[in-house]
Design a binder for this molecule. Structure first.
Ligand code: AP5
Ligand code: MG
Length: 240
């Protein structure tokens, strides 16, 4: 019986491994979602999609969506689901997402998670990496953060400084401090995280796709833990 079950499990895992990989990076503000999404994207060969970065780009382009989103972002509140869903589903319909993608900062509400489930269930191999960081570490990480205005790569003034002050090591873009990275706004983002996003941990635990990652460790250690939690997959289907 055990032999039959393990043979079945290996067939299931072979079938699963034929499917494109979608990785969700979850965790409170400052947990390291953006930091690790970049290297994971390079390693897995699938794009990194951050809803926060998409909104910031819309704002830079002065689109209506960008202006609407900024009202919420600057106060540390979530942008309404209907604005997020259209933007995100539009992005993941693009050609570069056909073999899978890494989501950073999405989903953040149960409605967003259920909408994503409807789109993906049965079609992809889903892995949710939940980056854990205690509150006292969050504030020091967020208030010391600077990020590239062109590629979004985050740095930290103390823990992860760029080689040349205010210049991105990767693309040469200028580094800036986000308007929502103040102590007061971070506290509000944390409240919002606890009330609206933390419930998704149970949602994904029930689907048996959740992996817990300790984000207190040094960056390289956290990245290794993330990689070890992921399957190494050839992606073969178009999931757009
Ligand atoms: P978003 O941009 O997603 O912000 P967030 O979730 O608050 O997360 P952060 O980007 O602040 O943190 P992170 O986990 O990426 O940390 P990072 O890697 O930079 O969203 C912004 C806003 O947009 C939201 O508040 C909301 O208004 C809106 N929004 C976005 N998505 C939405 C959605 N789906 N629905 C509704 N609204 C939405 O790291 C932080 C710092 O720590 C860096 O300085 C980094 O260098 C440093 N660091 C990282 N790891 C380590 C380490 N291991 N050791 C030392 N330092 C480290
Ligand atoms: Mg981020």
């Amino acid at each position: 019986m055990v032999g039959v079950l393990s043979a079945h499990a290996s067939v299931v895992s072979r079938v699963e491994s034929q499917k494109p990989l979608v990785v969700i990076l979850m965790g409170p503000p400052g947990a390291g979602k953006g930091t690790h999404a970049g290297p994971l994207s390079v390693h897995l060969g699938i794009p990194h999609i951050s809803t926060g970065d998409l909104f910031r780009e819309h704002f830079r382009q002065q689109t209506l969506l960008g202006k609407q989103a900024k009202e919420y972002i600057d106060r540390g509140n979530l942008v309404p689901d209907e604005l997020v869903l259209n933007m995100l589903f539009d992005r993941v319909s693009q050609e570069d997402c056909k073999a899978g993608y890494i989501l950073d900062g999405f989903p953040r509400t149960l409605l967003q998670a259920r909408s994503l489930d409807e789109r993906l269930i049965g079609k992809v191999q889903l892995v949710v990496l939940n980056l854990n960081l205690p509150d006292e570490r969050i504030v020091e990480r967020i208030t010391g953060r600077i990020a590239c205005k062109d590629c979004g790569r985050p740095y930290h003034k103390t823990f992860d400084p760029p080689k040349v002050a205010a210049i991105c090591d990767v693309c040469g873009g200028l580094l800036f401090q986000r308007a929502d990275d103040t102590v007061a706004v971070v506290r509000q983002r944390l409240e919002v995280y606890r009330s609206q996003t933390a419930p998704l941990i149970d949602h994904y635990a029930q689907q048996h796709v959740l992996k817990e990652i300790d984000s207190q460790n040094e960056k390289g250690v956290v990245l290794r833990e993330c990689l070890e939690a992921l399957p190494s997959l050839p992606a073969t289907q178009d999931i757009r």
